[in-house]
Design a protein around this ligand. Sequence first.
Ligand code: IDP
Ligand code: MG
Length: 172
Amino acid sequence: MLASVVCLLSVIARRLTPLSIMVRERTFIAVKPDGVQRGLIGEIIKRFEAKGFKLAGMKYIQASEDLLKQHYIDLADKPFYPGLCKYMSSGPVVAMCWEGTGVVKTARVMMGETRPADSKPGTIRGDFCIEVGRNIIHGSDSVESANKEIALWFKPEELVSWTQTNESWIYE
Ligand code: IDP
Ligand code: MG
């Protein structure tokens, strides 16, 4: 019952709200240092862009080990944590915020599994890498971690709200 009321309200809200000002879900994606070194920035961006997701923020930075320690804080007790933070801060990364309906989950599907060997061909990790410690891309694993990661990597003014003119060809 509650679910159908929520569904009805969201349908009404969609009818009343112009597509361009609806805030859709956001996720944090990063091309890791190995992805940058291997010349895969364009290939990765291309997939999200072609899918129909909207770029809300992007920066090219060499992140500090402190930022990476914070970013991967949930993995602090893993044996690979120090090496992971070092690898991630060893060269520039492309940090991005992508927006769209269901983008958190869909981006994870597009990325493939954490272990490239378990990733299907057609996914980013399935197509371009071999080892878990060199898996070229990061993507948030939930809406909650996406919000935390976006706030960690971007100041609010670095995120752009803009109208994607082809939106009505991507969403009904
Ligand atoms: P995810 O990137 O698919 O979300 P997580 O479990 O959150 O995977 O791990 C974060 C990152 O830590 C992985 O993308 C990978 O680079 C690294 N990592 C995970 N497991 C291992 C491991 O067993 N050895 C080395 N690095 C690992
Ligand atoms: Mg993760």
